[in-house]
Write a protein that binds this ligand. Structure first.
Ligand code: ATP
Ligand code: MG
Length: 394
């Protein structure tokens, strides 16, 4: 057997929006590297995550297979803050070895055309990037009689000359984009078993928030199904951030008092305000600084502009609504992409169906809501509800 010129498999990561950061860039990068290490804890081998100039490299234990690099790449593709993830080869830094490695990489591939794209992050390397392109491209062309097509190549060989090694790769997985989870702080997601709130959670994780999840169940008047669903959704979403917690509020009795205390048509908004007040109380306790909901403007009667305003007035904490301008079809496509749709579509007994009036108010008046809340003693009730939460850790 001849020695391979390809060296060791590794994984090369391209950063997203972080590269636009000025002074804080270092902080973001450190957080991102911490998140990558956290995501890779699931493997039974240790990795070496290194910051390079403008990229991050993951080195694997000596003798690792390319399959192992692919598994690491797959896992890291879920970590927000990255735009491209490449299973790559870490090749010794001399032009002759790079050339041999290029030939090896094309040995079992049969594209119609190809291109070589080099980048020289270390300017001390003896060949400029266009010289390296021509050297390696020429050799591949001679050896396999493969035509070059720079505009629309069937396969592109990327060669990146770095500080200590040359990275070579042909394929890549698109990353999640966005910012590293945790770089924007913590927030609390109001998580139903529906389609929208898991997507809202994902979009805000991608903007750098680490989120906790809060679910209101109709217990004791409904079954636990909605809790299982919320739990399954949180499990599905955990791969994007890690260390997720689900908090469950038994909400059935409070809903019953809402029903008996006011006008039928306002019950849904009154209940939503009570959820928000409870969520705000929980958020203070877990040191979260914003609430997140899956509201989309006009999607249902509780999401008219007037009713969204009435909900904003229930709490002091900001309510983030990342889906406010999204169509249902867009939300569903995203839910399918992140894998939550099939869980959300399972049947359950949503606590909200307990309170479905024949005609819901589309223009709730805050004064009327305050009347209901006075009778309920809503502020005190929210504290009691927050006292009754149960934690589910993954
Ligand atoms: P979803 O698909 O997220 O359930 P939806 O279209 O069904 O949303 P609503 O039921 O009006 O809309 O809920 C609007 C938002 O209120 C939800 O996205 C969620 O953030 C919050 N919410 C509703 N029900 C609950 C619940 N039982 N527990 C926690 N949050 C809830
Ligand atoms: Mg819902």
């Amino acid at each position: 057997m001849t020695m391979s010129a390809l060296g060791e498999p590794c994984v090369l990561l391209k950063l997203g929006e972080i590269v636009l950061k000025g002074k804080n860039r270092e902080l973001f990068e450190r957080r991102l590297i911490g998140n990558i290490r956290g995501a890779l804890k699931q493997f039974d081998f240790t990795v070496d995550v290194r910051k390079r100039h403008g990229v991050i490299a993951i080195f694997l234990p000596q003798g690792s297979t390319a399959d192992r690099a692919d598994a690491v790449a797959q896992r890291v593709a879920d970590v927000p803050g990255l735009v491209w993830i490449h299973s790559a080869w870490q090749v010794p830094k001399d032009p002759d070895t790079v050339l041999k490695a290029g030939l090896e990489l094309f040995r079992d591939r049969h594209p119609a055309t190809f291109a070589v794209r080099s980048r020289r992050r270390d300017k001390r390397f003896p060949l400029r990037s266009n010289e390296l392109d021509r050297l390696v491209g020429g050799a591949i062309n001679d050896e396999y009689h493969l035509p070059v097509d720079l505009k629309n190549p069937g396969l592109t060989l990327h060669i990146e000359v770095d500080r200590d090694e040359v990275f070579m790769f042909t394929d890549g997985l698109p990353g999640q984009g966005g910012l590293p989870v945790g770089s924007s702080g913590r927030a609390l997601v109001l998580m139903s078993g529906g389609i929208d709130s898991p997507v809202a959670a994902y979009r805000m994780m991608r903007r750098g928030l680490h989120v906790d999840f809060l679910h209101f169940s109709g217990i004791p008047f409904t079954t636990s199904e909605s809790i299982y669903k919320a739990y399954a959704l949180v499990r599905k979403l955990d791969r994007f951030q890690g260390q997720s917690r689900l908090w469950v509020v038994p909400f059935g009795k409070a809903q019953q008092s809402i029903r008996t205390s006011g006008q039928d048509r306002l019950a849904v908004i009154a209940q939503r305000r009570l959820m928000l007040k409870t969520a705000e109380e929980v958020a203070h306790r877990i040191k979260a600084h914003a609430l997140i909901t899956g509201d989309a403007l006009g999607q249902v009667s509780s999401q008219t502009l007037a009713n969204i305003t009435a909900q904003d007035h229930a709490v002091d904490m900001p309510i983030l609504r990342p889906l406010v301008g999204w169509d249902k079809t867009e939300i569903m496509a995203e839910a399918r992409r992140i894998g939550t749709l099939e869980i959300s579509e399972l049947p359950d007994e949503d606590c909200c169906t307990l309170l479905a009036p024949k005609r819901a108010e589309t223009r709730a008046k805050i004064e009327d809501l305050k009347q209901i809340e006075k009778r309920l003693d809503a502020e005190e009730l929210a504290v009691q509800l927050a006292d009754s939460i149960q934690e589910y850790t993954l």
